[in-house]
Design a protein around this ligand. Structure first.
Ligand code: GDP
Length: 199
């Protein structure tokens, strides 16, 4: 898929106020610092699209971007902030949960995982929660350039083995590096293929 246009639409914390449109929607989520903004900018071929919504105070909102006038890319807040108060965490969890439970337009969620690290409970629990709620997802391993090929291969294999302990089938997964522009076509073609089945 060629990205011809990408524009910021809106930010909010209330799923009922998300764009009133039937366009298919693809969400991106992961721990803070996993490389989500960089991935979104790589996918859209823009230097700072994700940062438009990343201004202070907007980082914990649901951010909609319109791509090629035909689908929405949704930048969801990063989870696992160490510095957030319990109350803030609760509020945040509430509207993210509401987003996943109520947003009918959501077609697929890309869960970003830092390829350098061993499986973390916070990510595994989140994947489990998506599964229990029947929310389709794929895994995006990020920052692949930071590891040597063999170490990367081993880490991804380990991650998949860990998932196989609880899942019968592995979800689709992508290996990416925003620094080296790896994985861009794979993700965009995946989205395009799904979009074509929806027309
Ligand atoms: P976010 O908090 O998940 O949106 O993460 P960012 O996109 O802001 O990235 C966090 C840090 O990781 C920044 O310093 C990025 O430059 C770095 N980073 C993100 N993606 C990559 C990547 O593919 N390769 C490398 N080497 N660094 C990356």
């Amino acid at each position: 898929m060629k990205i011809k246009t990408s524009e910021f639409v809106m930010s909010n914390s209330d799923v009922t106020k998300c764009p009133n449109s039937q366009l298919p929607e693809y969400a991106f989520i992961g721990r803070s610092n996993v490389g989500k903004s960089s991935l979104i900018n790589m996918l859209t071929d823009r230097n700072s699209l994700a940062k438009v919504s990343g201004k202070p105070g907007k980082t914990r909102l649901i951010n909609h971007f319109l791509i090629n006038d035909s689908w929405h890319l949704v930048d969801l807040p990063g989870y696992g902030y160490a510095k957030v108060s319990k109350q803030e965490k609760k509020t945040f969890q509430k509207y993210i949960t509401a987003y996943f439970e109520k947003r009918q337009q959501l077609v697929n969620t890309f869960v970003l995982i830092d390829s350098r690290h061993a499986p973390q409970p916070i990510d595994l629990e989140f994947l489990e929660w998506l599964g229990m709620n029947a929310i389709p997802f794929s895994i995006v391993f990020t920052k692949a350039d930071k590891l040597k090929p063999k170490a990367l291969e081993n880490n991804i294999a380990d991650y998949k083995s860990k998932l196989m302990e609880t899942w019968e089938e592995l979800p689709p997964s992508f290996t990416t590096s925003s620094a080296h522009k790896i994985g861009r076509d794979d993700i965009l073609n995946y989205i395009q293929n799904i979009n074509q089945t929806l027309v």
